[in-house]
Write a protein that binds this ligand. Structure first.
Ligand code: FES
Length: 105
């Protein structure tokens, strides 16, 4: 599977075979510009991404804790998610996201 990630400057990166990890881990393993300060506990919002419209409905719904954390994230949009709360699987092959402002280190 693959995931397509635009960074905050608009550059596109293709992550190959990132299954069985979270989207945040895949982005971090690829060396992209994301802080993910809390390590994936949904308590920092520095793994904030925007999910491509075509993929929004294919993700699991936002949990209460994720929703509360996104409320304090910089520049929240309707398609905002915490990448540490997205478990990658074959069903998400081709997922497209953009790193949000405020997530960079
Ligand atoms: S890594 Fe901290 S909320 Fe996702």
């Amino acid at each position: 599977m693959k995931v397509l990630v635009y960074d905050q400057k608009g550059s596109l990166f293709e992550l190959d075979n990132p299954a069985d990890k979270t989207l945040m881990q895949a982005i971090r393993d690829a060396g992209l510009n994301i802080t993910a300060q809390c390590g994936g506990c949904a308590s920092c919002a520095t793994c904030h991404v925007y999910v491509d419209e075509a993929w929004r409905g294919k993700l699991k719904p936002i949990a209460e804790t994720e929703d509360a954390m996104l409320d304090v994230a910089e520049a929240r949009q309707e398609n905002s998610r915490l990448s540490c709360q997205i478990e990658l699987s074959k069903e998400l092959d081709g997922l497209i996201v953009t790193l949000a402002p405020g997530a960079e280190f």
